[in-house]
Design a protein around this ligand. Structure first.
Ligand SMILES: [Fe+2]
Ligand SMILES: [Fe+2]
Length: 376
């Protein structure tokens, strides 16, 4: 059988993927066609664009062998110049285009099955396709389906337990797959930056929050200039100081929870802690599993030799964000516009002199980074 699975997929959740896998695992299933809705007429439209939702479907379902993602609704809408798509039209078009000899199955959840009579041309819909209906918490009311004389099969679906996400901040997107989450972040969908800002404001005072916004802005400017990913630069800049105002005791608790071992210089310098705990906070609590962001936050105070591009950008943006007014900031702003290498060299010299002047030991990562910068 051919199974059609339509939805707004705004975004596609793990539960959607699990449903699709369950259907693909049925022997009778020859093909599973995922159909992102051009817009979802019974809801008030989708929050994200068709293109993004389509791309997320590829990430969420692409690995399922029998599955294909269909752009049939886009084609119908482009042809008819309408903004809404109805299942009945989509299925009719699909049958005609693919010359289907057998009625396809349309996959729906229990909620939809109980309101099928509200769909456009529901009776006709029941004539042209059969239904695969997923129970909700083991329950289903089939009275609407029966009234419409629909032909249907009921499937059991037991969603897996997602409690492993309990330590994460409630910023949503714990119920989408890792790949979809990376896509959401990389494209700043669903106002995710606003959610990060809310968390920042809880963690820090106004001054540091303002600094964080400015570092993000400067990081984007540098990313544009030096061909780095602007979205990643914004996120890393925004979050680089996320644990800076979190009390020592709590930061030590993070260290033991996340298995962080600090060396002696780090242990004795509270200023360095937030770069380490911040990187882990972003990875484990905000669930941003991006190595470039992790690295950029991890080394934004000490630097290190062989820094990736994004790490250099965050390190320097922290020096040249617009509220900075230390002696020498104007020179530093000139250097970042000349070259990253020149700016890194000057910023590292500045750090070593500054730390030494305070009588503090300089972190070996910083000394090695300076050595490397001087040899270039
Ligand atoms: Fe910092
Ligand atoms: Fe900072």
């Amino acid at each position: 059988m051919t199974v059609l699975f339509g939805g707004s997929f705004d975004p596609p959740h793990i539960a959607h993927t699990e449903m699709a896998e369950a259907v693909a695992n049925l022997n009778e299933t020859e093909k599973l066609v995922i159909i992102p809705a051009f817009s979802a007429p019974l809801k008030n439209g989708a929050k994200e664009s068709y293109k993004h939702r389509f791309n997320m479907c590829e990430l969420a379902f692409g690995f399922i062998k029998k599955a294909e993602i269909s752009n049939i609704e886009e084609i119908i809408n482009l042809k008819n110049k309408t903004e809404k798509s109805y299942t009945v039209d989509t299925i009719k078009t699909y049958i005609a285009q693919n010359n289907l000899k057998e009625k396809p199955y349309f996959l729906i959840g229990a909620d939809s099955a109980e309101h099928l009579n509200e769909w456009k041309n529901a009776k006709e819909l029941c004539l042209i396709c059969n239904f695969l209906v997923f129970k909700r918490n083991g329950k289903i009311n089939t009275s609407v389906l029966d009234k419409l004389n629909a032909n249907y099969k009921i499937l059991d679906f037991l969603p897996k337990n997602y409690s492993s996400t309990k330590i994460r901040e409630n910023i949503a997107f714990n119920d989408v797959s890792e790949k979809v989450k990376q896509y959401i972040m990389a494209n700043s969908l669903y106002n995710i930056d606003e959610k990060y800002k809310e968390i920042l404001q809880k963690n820090m005072g106004k001054r540091r929050y303002n600094h964080s916004l400015n570092v993000a802005e400067e990081a984007v400017r540098l990313a544009k200039k030096y061909n780095a990913d602007e979205n990643l630069a914004y996120t890393a800049g925004l979050l680089h100081d996320i644990t800076k105002e979190i009390p020592q005791k709590t930061q030590l608790k993070f260290c033991s929870e996340f298995g962080i071992l600090m060396n002696d210089i780090e242990k004795n310098s509270f200023k360095l802690w937030h770069a380490i705990t911040g990187a882990y906070y972003v990875k484990y609590i905000l669930a941003i599993e991006n190595e470039d962001i992790f690295d950029a936050i991890r080394y934004h105070t000490t630097a290190k030799p062989n820094m990736p591009l994004l790490s250099k950008i965050i390190y320097l943006a922290d020096y040249t964000s617009k509220e900075r007014d230390y002696d020498g900031v104007e020179d530093m702003r000139k250097y970042v516009d000349i070259s990253l290498e020149k700016a890194m060299l000057e910023a590292l010299k500045f750090t070593v002199e500054d730390v030494s002047a305070k009588g503090l030991p300089v972190h070996p990562d910083t000394l090695n980074a300076l050595k490397e910068a001087e040899s270039k």
